[in-house]
Write a protein that binds this ligand. Structure first.
Ligand SMILES: Nc1ncnc2c1ncn2[C@@H]1O[C@H](COP(=O)(O)OP(=O)(O)OP(=O)(O)O)[C@@H](O)[C@H]1O
Ligand SMILES: [Mg+2]
Length: 431
């Protein structure tokens, strides 16, 4: 048995023995015993009353003090109460943290009651699906989120596939809605911003359409020639050579397109840092100038080169070759015969600059922001006729990005253009 209980029994036995002893002395044993037990019952009732009071209003003070078994009972109750309050504190802390985390989530989160009323919503819900908490608390979600398809989706009760909607406040934002039932028929509505994903998907579709379109023309021409040759029984050597040369041209065009696409994909997927070898830009430009003169051929452009041979560039020779040759080829291709093309490589500010200036047809300013987009051409027919795929400046942009450099374009229609590649100080090494 519990020692505290033994003590109480001993007290009761003590009271009985003392009552008998004093009762024998005074001839009133029952009266004395009644007084002794009465006193014990009063003492017990007092502790019961104190405990009851304390339980009713625990905040009023500490648990009452007592001795004996009552003291132990009070201590045990006090421990239990402390434990419970600690657990409650932990739970409310956890709940507060969860709510804080859900509030800070970039996705919209709305908790719906069984009846479909808004019980709680986080901050992102305002921007993405126009639900403002606590302002909209208690309102039916269907009354606020009136977008096509949502009512049917919410009522269908089957939420395996998400629903894509446009944000009611901003038509540019696409939101993917997913509903998760929980608890007793409550629902958690989560809205995720998928605008970037949709844009990427659209870009991918455009890209595939563009590539197919670019490949179709040369393939059709090639196919046409092959078919013609197949049906001919006899053909003059001279005609055959002419046909073969056109076919060769078309196959070169396809080859160029595929090479450019591979180059772009390599630039996009390669790790961000380029191999930092000091590139002798002067030597590179000297060889590119010779190639430009070959490309110019009978157009007899006046091509000049000014360089500072002591200036080296830290980067990838292969990538810089590709970017600079694209800019130089553009100048040759879009400058009428006899025009002037100036190539310069010199220090500029703390860094260095490569510039190609031509006296060609020029570009209207409204095209500037689009020039580095894939397949963008100012005059599609003309560029395509001259063998352009519209990927050149896109490659230039990527190469410059990988070399921490920027592209600056100046141009006047009919006057000419200047393309500047500006490299920062940390990319330049002086011999
Ligand atoms: N120096 C320039 N003068 C005039 N227009 C230019 C010049 N450079 C580029 N452009 C215009 O910018 C467009 C995009 O150039 P970009 O080099 O990206 O493609 P492209 O030359 O058509 O094809 P690619 O370079 O892939 O063979 C060109 O189609 C052309 O209209
Ligand atoms: Mg080009």
């Amino acid at each position: 048995m519990h020692p505290g209980l033994w003590r109480e029994i001993w007290i009761l036995i003590g009271i009985a023995v003392l009552s008998l002893f004093f009762g024998a002395l005074t001839d009133h044993p029952f009266l004395i015993a009644a007084c002794g037990f009465g006193f014990y019952i009063a003492w017990t009732l007092r502790h019961l009353r104190n405990l009851h009071r304390w339980l009713l209003d625990r905040r009023a003070g500490d648990i009452p003090e007592a001795g004996g078994l009552w003291g132990e009972v009070f201590d045990e109750i006090y421990k239990l109460v402390k434990q419970a309050s600690r657990r409650q504190d932990q739970l409310s802390g956890m709940l507060a943290r969860f709510q804080k985390a859900a509030s800070a989530m970039p996705d919209a989160v709305v908790v719906l009651s069984q009846a479909g009323d808004i019980e709680w919503a986080n901050r992102s819900a305002a921007g993405l699906i126009g639900i403002r908490y606590p302002h909209d608390a208690g309102v039916r979600l269907l009354n606020l989120l009136r977008v096509p398809g949502f009512a049917q989706y919410l009522e269908r009760g089957e939420y395996v596939e998400p629903l894509e909607i446009t944000s009611p406040d901003n038509r540019e934002i696409h939101v993917s809605i997913q509903i998760t039932p929980f608890g007793s028929s409550q629902k958690l509505v989560i809205g995720r911003d998928v605008t970037r994903l949709m844009r990427l998907e659209q870009m991918r579709r455009h890209f595939v359409a563009n590539v197919s379109h670019e490949l179709r023309t040369p393939l059709t021409v090639l196919g046409g020639y092959v078919e013609t040759l197949r049906q001919m029984d006899q053909i003059k050597m001279e005609d055959l050579k002419k046909h073969l040369s056109t076919m060769h041209e078309q196959s070169l065009r396809m080859q160029r397109l595929v090479d450019d696409l591979l180059m772009l994909s390599k630039l996009e997927t390669a790790s961000p840092r380029t191999h930092d070898e000091p590139v002798d830009v002067s030597a590179l430009l000297t060889s590119l100038k010779e190639q430009a003169m070959l490309l110019s051929g009978e157009n007899h452009h006046d091509i000049t080169l000014e360089t500072d041979p002591s200036l080296k560039l830290l980067g990838s020779r292969e990538e810089l070759h590709s970017a600079f040759s694209n800019l130089i080829n553009n100048a040759v291709r879009y400058t009428p015969a006899g025009g002037t093309i100036r190539l310069t490589w010199r220090a500029a500010g703390d860094g260095a600059e490569f510039a190609v200036t031509d006296t060609g047809e020029g570009i209207a300013p409204e095209h500037f922001p689009h020039l580095t987009e894939r397949f963008y051409r100012v005059d599609t027919a003309r560029s395509r006729a001259s063998g352009g795929t519209g990927l050149g400046l896109s490659i230039v942009k990527h190469v410059l990005l990988r070399h921490d450099a920027r592209l600056e374009i100046e141009s006047d229609v009919g006057q000419g253009s200047a393309f500047h590649c500006v490299f920062p100080e940390q990319r330049v090494a002086r011999a």
